[in-house]
Design a protein. Sequence first.
Length: 614
Amino acid sequence: MILCNELLGTVSALLAFIQGVKSANASWKKYVRTPNSRIVLPVHIPSTAGNVSNADALLTPSGEYAILSRATNDFTAPTIVVGFSLNVVGFPWCETGLFGTTEYLTKISDFTRSDNGDTITPGTDQHAVPAKPSTWIDVHGCANGNEIQVCADGLHDFRYLKIYLDALDSDVPYTSSSGQVYIDSISLNYTAFLGTLETFTGWFECSDAELTQYWYDAAYTNDMNIDTFLADYVIIDGAKRDRDPYVGDLAVSARSLYHTHNKSIAVRNILADLADHQRSDGWIPPASIYDYFLHTGDTSYILTHYPVLEKLLNSWYPSVTNTTINLLLKGTSLTVDTSSYGDYAFLPRNGSITYYNALYTLALRNAAAIATYLNHTSSAPTWSTRANSVADAINTQLWDLAASAYFDLRLHSQPPESVSGLSHWSQSASFPYGNAFYDSDALGAGFSSRVYAFISYFEISARFAANASASAVDEIKRLYGWMSVNDPGVTIMKGGFTSCAHGRSTGVLVVLTEYVLGVTATGVGLNEWSVRPVVVAGMEGARGLVPTLGGGLSVSWTAGRDGLEFEAMADAPVGTQGVVGVPVGLGFLGVNVTVDGTVAWEGGKSGKHTVSVA
Ligand SMILES: *[C@@H]1O[C@H](CO)[C@@H](O)[C@H](O)[C@H]1NC(C)=O
Ligand SMILES: *[C@@H]1O[C@H](CO)[C@@H](O)[C@H](O)[C@H]1NC(C)=O
Ligand SMILES: *[C@@H]1O[C@H](CO)[C@@H](O)[C@H](O)[C@H]1NC(C)=O
Ligand SMILES: *[C@@H]1O[C@H](CO)[C@@H](O)[C@H](O)[C@H]1NC(C)=O
Ligand SMILES: *[C@@H]1O[C@H](CO)[C@@H](O)[C@H](O)[C@H]1NC(C)=O
Ligand SMILES: *[C@@H]1O[C@H](CO)[C@@H](O)[C@H](O)[C@H]1NC(C)=O
Ligand SMILES: *[C@@H]1O[C@H](CO)[C@@H](O)[C@H](O)[C@H]1NC(C)=O
Ligand SMILES: *[C@@H]1O[C@H](CO)[C@@H](O)[C@H](O)[C@H]1NC(C)=O
Ligand SMILES: *[C@@H]1O[C@H](CO)[C@@H](O)[C@H](O)[C@H]1NC(C)=O
């Protein structure tokens, strides 16, 4: 039994640990955002322009047509914007007909692959509308066997679709900008992983409906980033782009996936791809294999890639470490020039950056845990010792006492990792839309007011871990609350216009499951776990299910309105074990804890109470 460090006052805590009672209740299902089917219809027409009639006909495949008309001298292109109820990803298509006289339909796209290097289109998808009724599916490619004219991107991630009658100069003679186009309906063939009520292997619900909805918004956002490549699932870099993610992103998006659907294969495939690209000096694109192992228990996978891990930690990292100061350096000062290596947000950082050194410490500790599990008894202590010396170097050399924050290139950056750093950050970096990732503009214009939901995950986690749950929830409400009420709504952005549905920004899901529900994995495949809910002031309860190898660990807790009682139920698969903690903090001396009706802790008499699940 572990008592958590959350103060509820002097409480009478009741803990029930009951095997065989599932706390599942279907009420969470109303929060799920996923479309009911792969064919998604728009729901409204936010605007039209120019000579348009019967635009509403587009919403249903009824045999009635919306008509776009344009005379040769009309300045304004007839335009219809169709709106979906939420962000969607896939291939737009027109079900029963898209025809015109000599006319052409153009769609304006958002920031897609074509805007980003693959330039078959200028950011709009063109279709030369034939004179006879036809069905048009927006697929990647160009018409007429011509490889540069009348081109379309195909896959899109959007909430609004703008259809207008116009022509690109470069598409002459295949298109023209005048005439009439009749459209019966438009719909979308949703392509990403369709996370339906049946596919959720984990769920979450708490007494705060807004927080609960953010969990499902995050789940849907993450699902939109899971797609197939060569017939197998992978995680991609934003719903609209079919490329490998920056793998730091997996630190968030993979965790969101482990907590929602049994599709860890998508992570496995990406990690394997990165491991396959290890260089002879040990470098690999950054990867987080430990979480995958922890949540799946995939030992054969770890055994296959263990040599990659050893080479990475024993060759590559020492080659970029300044051994005098025990810190990693980024830049040109060592023999290996890493100044051009990518960073999240393409930050132009170099030197002894806290961010890299903190991640290195974490990687060493996780690798030591893997080595211990695999009985590689010599590597485990080597890596643990090195982790401690890097951590010491961070704390002695990179901590700015005056500002109560860690240096990052002699500036301060998110996430601060100490209690005083957290309060520094809430004072100096707080905005109505979240907390900024830097507290100054020295590294880049606008940095002190720019919010990255990705890196905010680590700050919010630190707040929960440091018993600052009220400030964690305050930050969540500003950051995710802002995204939920501003376009595109529901899905969670990466930042700016590059992606409005990005898995790396879904950390709210992970913190709600791991802190508010309180479930974390402490052994591979969750065969060992910890259930230690953080009670946020005013919250009456939470419940949920966390996927495990044996079928799921369900937890449900309620806190009395007077703040004096707390009751938790946990139901874990047979053969697993864990610790359950109740949130009593400094009030522990007056607390009584019962387990299955038996007193386990009474008025300050300590004792570890082990419950075996038979
Ligand atoms: C936890 O936070 C509460 C409320 O902010 C505070 O009163 C308490 O002292 C903190 N407990 C610990 C162990 O830090
Ligand atoms: C804890 O149990 C003891 C012994 O049964 C009892 O005297 C005490 O009042 C209880 N404390 C609380 C806070 O309920
Ligand atoms: C399940 O949820 C519904 C709707 O919120 C509620 O009415 C019902 O009492 C709940 N049942 C259980 C067993 O918790
Ligand atoms: C709109 O288009 C229709 C069909 O071509 C035409 O009859 C009508 O005059 C146009 N209206 C305007 C205002 O241009
Ligand atoms: C939708 O996409 C799937 C997968 O690409 C495809 O198999 C299916 O035929 C498409 N359906 C329509 C109506 O385009
Ligand atoms: C470090 O970065 C700064 C700013 O980008 C640059 O001016 C400097 O040359 C870099 N130094 C090294 C050693 O890479
Ligand atoms: C390593 O750190 C020491 C102490 O700060 C410094 O004198 C030395 O120049 C550094 N070496 C490199 C290669 O940056
Ligand atoms: C590690 O050693 C223990 C004890 O000998 C053994 O039970 C376990 O199977 C070993 N684990 C692996 C992954 O080889
Ligand atoms: C997850 O999916 C894999 C592969 O389809 C299957 O073998 C496994 O049993 C599933 N696990 C759970 C917990 O449903």
